[in-house]
Design a binder for this molecule. Structure first.
Ligand SMILES: *Cc1c(COP(=O)(O)O)cnc(C)c1O
Length: 221
């Protein structure tokens, strides 16, 4: 099946499982050729995710107007050196995982006058391979919630990854814990969780943004 058929099949599934408050589906196009992105845009896909800022620039900068023809998300761990490249193209960042990155993001976006919405990455699995804040660190940040957003840099919510084991029960536990954190400490915040292998669990646990690559585009080349 083609890219837009896969996308539509998942959208239909999401709408049938959750007709009210259906999460936003981000088509993760990392490592996929530009032709597939063009095909997806022609088929009505709006939200895309790239994990390498430069790859996203190469693919998307002449595909139309950001925020109008497509909305581009930077997903995965963010390094400070990425941030100066966001202006003019990226609308969302999923994976702000350190104080240093957070400060640089605010400084740059306010300087560039380019609006970005970001997710704090929360790492509950404590796997060394995953970056992000611990739950305690996030609670610390939320104590000064007003400092977390500025004119051009806006806290959208929390992002997490399921455990590498892929175990469904473990995955659900992690997603549920983030959902509870949101409910208790930042009810207006959104949740970015769920990938090809675990998006149904994420949906059940209240995710607002699903980041799905393989199930839409096929295996990465
Ligand atoms: C690659 C990636 C995805 C998509 O993964 P799939 O398993 O292909 O759906 C989602 N989120 C992040 C952070 C990624 O790096």
């Amino acid at each position: 099946m083609g890219v837009s058929e896969n996308y539509k099949t998942i959208i239909q599934e999401l709408e049938s499982l959750k007709p009210v408050g259906t999460p936003t589906l981000i088509a993760v196009s990392k490592f996929q050729p530009k032709e597939k992105v063009q095909e997806a845009i022609a088929g009505g896909v709006i939200h895309f995710g790239e994990n390498r800022v430069q790859e996203g620039i190469e693919k998307f900068s002449d595909l139309g107007k950001p925020e109008k023809d497509f909305i581009l998300h930077h997903i995965g761990p963010v390094q400070s050196s990425h941030i100066r490249k966001y202006a003019g193209l990226y609308s969302f960042v999923h994976g702000v995982g350190s104080q240093k990155v957070l400060e640089e993001l605010k400084r740059r976006m306010d300087g560039d006058r380019w609006k970005i919405r970001y997710f704090l990455q929360v790492n509950l699995t404590k796997e060394d391979s995953k970056s992000g804040f611990s739950k305690e660190e996030v609670l610390g940040l939320l104590r000064n919630k007003e400092t977390l957003s500025s004119e051009f840099c806006i806290l959208e919510g929390f992002m997490t990854m399921g455990p590498s084991s892929g175990d469904p029960e473990e995955t659900r536990k992690v997603f549920r814990e983030i959902a509870e954190l949101r409910k208790e400490f930042c009810p207006q915040g959104k949740l970015s969780m769920g990938m090809s292998g675990d998006y149904r669990i994420a949906l059940e646990e209240g995710s607002d943004y699903l980041r799905i690559g393989t199930a839409i585009f096929g295996e990465r080349t």
